[in-house]
Each structure stands twice: as structure tokens, then as C-alpha cells.
Design a protein around this ligand. Structure first.
Ligand SMILES: Cc1ncc(COP(=O)(O)O)c(C=O)c1O
Length: 441
């Protein structure tokens, strides 16, 4: 019996009782190897003593102070730390409680920036198909995950959408990567022109597409092109790094590897690494400066923004990443993971693509490697893989609808940064068994 509205109303999940390192334990005594960090959250694994100690210290000192009355040292320090590592020009931070809140905040900050600049006519966001930006109405509206949006579509603002950068599926045979990238950028500029550049607030994209696509990285030069187009039309570039940010790809921000600085960046999951519900929007100094010179306030706020215990956890995560050299570790282990997946799935008849950056890696399943034809959606291969993996004590993050919201299956892997090579090997071995078992169902 449960009183909780669980994700499935037909099935109550196992009861998690503890966690240690890369393992989660349930009340029946089962252990699960966490190869996905939940949903790319638990970047430091479970029960990390330094994060727990930092949270305990903060709780004893000051567990809560409302931001309408106070700031806290710990929130100030976290913001300073995030700015110090952020791409050029990022000078301000707004702390929230998760990824969807971060996206809502970014949308409103972007809009207010133009309102205060005398451009109130700008009201359009442009985003990409096959993307996910959160479940609240604004974030859902800009997201391009069709099955998540459909029931709520009448409640959502209209958002022109362009193609994702999805080379495996969309680059034509004989088309060069450069030509493919140029086509995508043309499509973006055409969409801006169609909406009227004077009406557009911003373009939103995940630098590495997470849950919807399965760790799809951009082609070289794609985001440089995006930045140029946005600049040409006075449109903001909003990078959603809720899933791919905070070290997951081997650099603190995924977009660093593309050599551009967005106007706004959202982060969450890895920010608190699961120890606290925390997210943030990072903003270019010029955006906040305009509001400071104008109305003097961002018309926004939630009860728990800047929560000191959340800030303490996030700051401790930052300290551990720096102290233990975990960005380098992610790069190294990421390469190991890709190699292991290549060894196991490189010639697998039903794995068409292995992709990703750092410890943010996806495999895409296909019925036929040559034609890249997907499995019938009704087969729900992704769900079968998840079940088979859980039965083998393995947490992975599979999803269906990879191609267009209907067709396609992938499995996303996002293990903790502290994972060892032998734990990775165990994860890949169990995944191979789970995939083969699911294919027989
Ligand atoms: C890229 C991206 N943006 C936004 C969100 C929403 O974050 P949250 O679930 O914390 O609200 C997610 C969650 O998976 C995400 O992957």
C-alpha cells in the first residue's frame, strides 16, 4: 500500500534504504550498481562523507534564512565559485531548487532583460526538437520531447523548433560534417527570420542532449555558429546544462568544449549531486546590469531560492571535485567507458551508435545496423532493458522515442565521477547481459 503518486501508478518501486559509493541498497537487501547516477545526478556517488559533513555543519549553523531578508555566506561563496569557473562574461548566479525552476528562471530573466531594454515586443523562444528542458509549463513549452508535451499542449506557449544536432541519424550519406552543420545553422537562422528577429528572445539548447537523445554531442563548430547567429540578430543563447553540466562531460560546463560563452546557463543535477535539491542560472554580467540600472530587481523568487543547506552541499561538491581532480578523472574514466562499450557493443547487431562526452555516454539500439531502422515502439525495448538491468542490480537510464518522440531506443549512462575502472567493467558487463535479455523478450 502506498499513498504516494509514484511515477508508475501500477507499480511501487523498490524501497531505497542506503547508498555507498556507486551502490544503492534496497529494503530487501538488494544492491544496485548506479551506472546512471539516477538521472545523471549522483556525480559523487552515495554517502560521500565530505558532502554530508558540510551539510551537517550548515544545518547546525543556519538551516534556513529567507532571501527576502538575508543572504548567507555559503550562498555567496557558492555563487562566487561558480562564476570563477564559468565561461567568459558570466558574472551572476540565481540559485533555485532544481532544473525546471532554473529553466523557468532563465526564461523570465531573458524576457525581463528585453522588457527593461525597451524591447517588450520580444516574446518568442526558439528551441530544438528532441530536447528536454523540464516539466513545469514554461520549461515544458520550450522542450521538444513530444510525448511529454502532448497532453499539456493547449497550456503551452508556441515555440518554433529547429532540428537537433543529431549526426548519427540526420547527416546524409555523402554529406560532410561541415555541410550538415551548415544546414542546421541555416535552419536556425531561417527560423529566427520567420519569427522576425525583433520578436525573438532567445535560442535554447542542451549542449549535449541528455534524456531525450541519449548523450548526443554537437558537431564541431555547431555552437560557434549558433553564437554567431544569435549575436547577429540580438538573440540570447541559453544553454541548458541541467544534465550535461557541472563536470559530467569532463569540463565544468559542457559548452566550454565548444569554445563559446552563452548568455544564460542553467545547471542543476550535478550541482548538488543529489545531496540537496539545488539548481542555478548563471547570467552574463550585462544582463543583470541592465536590470540593476533599470527597475533594480528581477521580478522572480521562490521560498527556497538560495537555500543555505543546498548551497552548502553544492559548495562541498565543488570542493571535492577540485580537491580530488575529478574533472580529469571524468575525462579518463569516460575514455575507458567508451572503450569498454566499444569492446562489448562495437559489433553488436543491435547497437548502432555509441556516443557522448566524458562520463555522459549513450548507446542507441537499432533493429538493423546497416539501415539504422529502429525497433517498433510498441515493443518498448528501452523499458525491457531497464527492467532487465534492475533485475541484475544495475541502474541505467533508458528512454524511447529517441528519433522523433516515437521511434528509437537508447540507454544513457552517467556513472559517478568516483567510479573505478573495475566498477565500470562490472557495469558494462551487466548492461550487455540486460540488453541481450531484453532483446529476447
Ligand atoms: C536538460 C534538462 N533540463 C531540465 C531538466 C529539468 O530538471 P528537473 O527535473 O530538476 O526539474 C532536466 C531533467 O532531466 C534536464 O535533463
Amino acid at each position: 500500500m502506498t499513498y504516494i503518486i509514484h511515477r508508475s501508478l501500477r507499480q511501487t518501486p523498490p524501497v531505497a534504504v542506503s547508498g555507498a559509493g556507486v551502490r544503492v541498497f534496497d529494503s530487501a537487501g538488494n544492491a544496485y550498481l548506479d551506472a546512471s547516477g539516477g538521472a545523471a545526478v549522483s556525480s559523487l556517488g552515495h554517502g560521500h562523507p565530505d558532502i554530508l559533513a558540510a551539510m551537517h555543519r550548515q544545518i547546525d549553523r543556519c538551516a534556513y534564512a529567507h532571501t527576502a531578508f538575508f543572504t548567507t555566506e555559503v550562498a555567496e561563496e557558492l555563487a562566487e565559485r561558480l562564476v570563477a569557473q564559468a565561461p567568459a562574461g558570466i558574472e551572476a548566479v540565481y540559485l533555485v531548487s532544481g532544473g525546471s525552476e532554473a529553466m523557468e528562471t532563465a526564461l523570465k530573466l531573458a524576457r525581463q532583460y528585453f522588457v527593461e531594454g525597451g524591447e517588450a515586443r520580444r516574446s518568442v523562444f526558439i528551441a530544438r526538437r528532441q530536447s528536454y528542458h523540464g516539466n513545469t509549463l514554461g520549461a515544458l513549452a520550450v522542450g521538444g520531447n513530444e510525448w511529454r508535451r502532448k497532453p499539456f499542449a493547449p497550456l503551452l506557449m508556441e515555440v518554433p523548433r529547429v532540428a537537433p544536432c543529431y549526426e548519427y541519424r540526420d547527416r546524409g550519406a555523402g554529406q560532410s560534417v561541415e555541410a550538415y552543420t551548415a544546414c542546421l545553422l541555416d535552419e536556425l537562422e531561417t527560423a529566427i527570420m520567420a519569427a522576425g528577429p525583433q520578436n525573438v528572445i532567445g535560442f535554447i539548447a542542451e549542449p549535449v542532449v541528455g534524456a531525450t537523445g541519449g548523450a548526443i554531442p554537437p558537431t564541431p563548430g555547431y555552437f560557434k555558429g549558433v553564437r554567431e547567429i544569435c549575436d547577429r540578430h540580438g538573440v540570447l543563447f541559453i544553454a541548458d546544462e541541467v544534465m550535461c553540466g557541472m563536470g559530467r562531460t569532463g569540463t565544468m560546463f559542457a559548452i566550454e568544449q565548444d569554445g563559446v560563452a552563452p548568455d544564460l546557463i542553467t545547471v542543476a543535477k550535478g550541482l548538488g549531486a543529489g545531496y540537496q535539491a539545488v539548481g542555478a542560472v548563471l547570467a552574463q554580467g550585462a544582463i543583470v546590469e541592465r536590470l540593476r540600472q533599470g527597475s533594480g530587481a528581477f521580478l522572480h523568487g521562490h521560498t527556497y531560492v538560495g537555500h543555505p543547506v543546498a548551497a552548502a552541499a553544492a559548495l562541498a561538491v565543488q570542493n571535492v571535485i577540485a580537491r580530488d581532480g575529478l574533472l580529469e578523472q571524468v575525462q579518463k574514466r569516460g575514455a575507458t567507458l567508451k572503450r569498454m562499450l566499444g569492446d562489448v557493443f562495437g559489433k553488436h547487431p543491435h547497437v548502432g551508435d555509441i556516443r557522448g562526452r566524458g562520463l555522459f555516454v549513450g548507446i542507441e539500439l537499432v533493429q538493423d545496423r546497416a539501415t539504422r531502422e529502429a525497433f517498433p515502439p510498441a515493443r518498448k525495448l528501452h523499458a525491457a532493458i531497464k527492467n532487465e538491468a534492475m533485475a541484475r542490480g544495475l541502474m541505467v537510464y533508458p528512454m524511447g522515442g529517441t528519433i522523433d518522440g516515437q521511434r528509437g531506443d537508447h540507454v544513457l549512462l552517467a556513472p559517478p565521477f568516483i567510479v573505478t575502472a573495475s566498477e565500470l567493467s562490472e557495469m558494462v558487463g551487466r548492461l550487455a547481459e540486460a540488453v541481450d535479455a531484453a532483446l529476447k523478450v
